[in-house]
Design a protein around this ligand. Structure first.
Ligand code: ZN
Length: 298
């Protein structure tokens, strides 16, 4: 666990985990009477280490604690159980999603638990935003990585905690359509921000926001500048096109879905320089796989 001070009253607490493959960040805002904890990582043991850290332990003992979940993904909420008796807040959809799929995440990734994990759901939810005026801290809905994703802005330090809405080098897409995601990133550009804290990886600047935004704009326009992409970016892009394609096919929008599959194959071809013949074969395989999915749904 690495604890770094950001601004006058912020702390980025980062945890390593090989299974996740990147560091995961918790953001703590230590205001006069209240400590805000953004996200709770993998369980009570990791939260216990943070609460007893030299620089934070006295304040955690005497101040009110407010916990925030940026979204319902397992790697951001399992530590809620450590804060069972405290105020836990999230967007209303985040809570709904956690109630619906929390158990599934726990079963699937349970080997990663840090301590005894019980699913503890947010107690206070908001639909648009929730502002703590006196403390200068606001939470607001920013759908993107998930439909219930929300972000936290510290007005005093000008720090924006974005959960998994910003990713390096470009975001993975999980939900279609992407208009809401685009709107959320555009909203970020209206804030004065000294530091962006993503749910994973390094503390970021406007540059990461701009890169993520530029990519989503390309997705929206369905025009990709593949020649500018790094290899890693191309791989994420292929995965995104497949995700979008199958999402749309499952929704019954077969033709729209196929457009994404074709884009996925174009990127695949660019990435591995496979022949036109192979590309055609792969495309047919993808379409057939999804035909099967569709017939199973009926
Ligand atoms: Zn995550």
């Amino acid at each position: 666990m690495l604890v770094r001070k950001v601004g006058k009253r912020g702390f980025v607490v980062s945890y390593e985990n090989d299974y996740i493959g990147d560091t995961t960040n918790i953001y703590v805002i230590n205001t006069e009477e209240t400590i805000f904890v953004c996200d709770t990582f993998l369980g009570p043991n990791s939260m216990d280490k943070m609460v007893n850290h030299e620089e934070l332990k006295d304040d955690f003992k005497k101040k009110q604690i407010i916990v925030f979940n940026s979204h319902f993904d397992w790697d951001h909420v399992w530590g809620n159980s450590y804060f069972e008796d405290e105020m836990i807040i999230s967007h209303e959809k985040c809570k709904e999603n956690l109630i619906e799929s929390g158990k599934e995440g726990l079963e699937k990734h349970g080997t990663q638990k840090e301590g005894e994990v019980e699913l503890v759901f947010p107690k206070i939810t908001f639909s648009d935003k929730l502002v703590f005026e006196k403390e200068g801290v606001e939470f607001f809905h920013t759908p993107g990585h998930t439909t219930g994703s929300a972000s936290c802005y510290d007005r005093e330090d000008q720090v924006l905690f974005v959960g998994d809405n910003l990713e390096k080098p470009i975001p993975y897409l999980n939900v279609a359509p992407i208009d809401d995601y685009l709107a959320s990133l555009r909203k970020y550009t209206t804030f004065q921000v000294k530091n962006f804290i993503p749910g994973h990886g390094e503390i970021a600047t406007y540059e990461l926001l701009e890169k993520n935004l530029a990519y989503l704009e390309e997705v929206k326009a369905m025009e990709f500048k593949l020649s500018n992409y790094s290899e890693q970016q191309k791989k994420i892009h292929v995965s995104n096109m497949q995700t979008m394609g199958s999402f749309l096919v499952k929704e019954g929008k077969k033709e729209e879905g196929m457009i994404y599959f074709k884009k996925a194959l174009k990127a695949l071809k660019n990435l591995y320089e496979i022949s036109a013949e192979d590309t055609k074969k792969k495309l047919l395989n993808v379409i057939m796989a999804h035909e099967k999915e569709m017939s199973e749904l009926k």
